[in-house]
Design a protein around this ligand. Sequence first.
Ligand SMILES: [Zn+2]
Length: 122
Amino acid sequence: MKPTSEERREVARRLRDEGLYASLMPRDQFFRWMFDVVDSPKTVASMTMHLADLIEPDPERTCRAEVLRCREDDGSQSACLVCSECGEKLRYREAAADDGEPDYELLPYCAGCGARVEGAGE
Ligand SMILES: [Zn+2]
């Protein structure tokens, strides 16, 4: 679940206010304190994942264009670009060309999974 700004501020406040004493805590007490501050299930992995979500609430999912041999509607085969995350064939749009010839660029987001395609036009 995406953390709220209020939750993020409360965790930051506790880390700043109570963190001064963290260096005095025995290791097991430190982890109990961190589980309480971050309000996560009691495993280190879930606590660190929740902390990462608090720091960067909505990381942008990205994918890369990968070249595959694709079958066209007429049965022929040609090279095409597919999403590295879901395998969807990536789509193009007409782009401004400087030499007068029609030019194409990848759409910025995959139509299959919604990830932003690295290196595609905005
Ligand atoms: Zn995709």
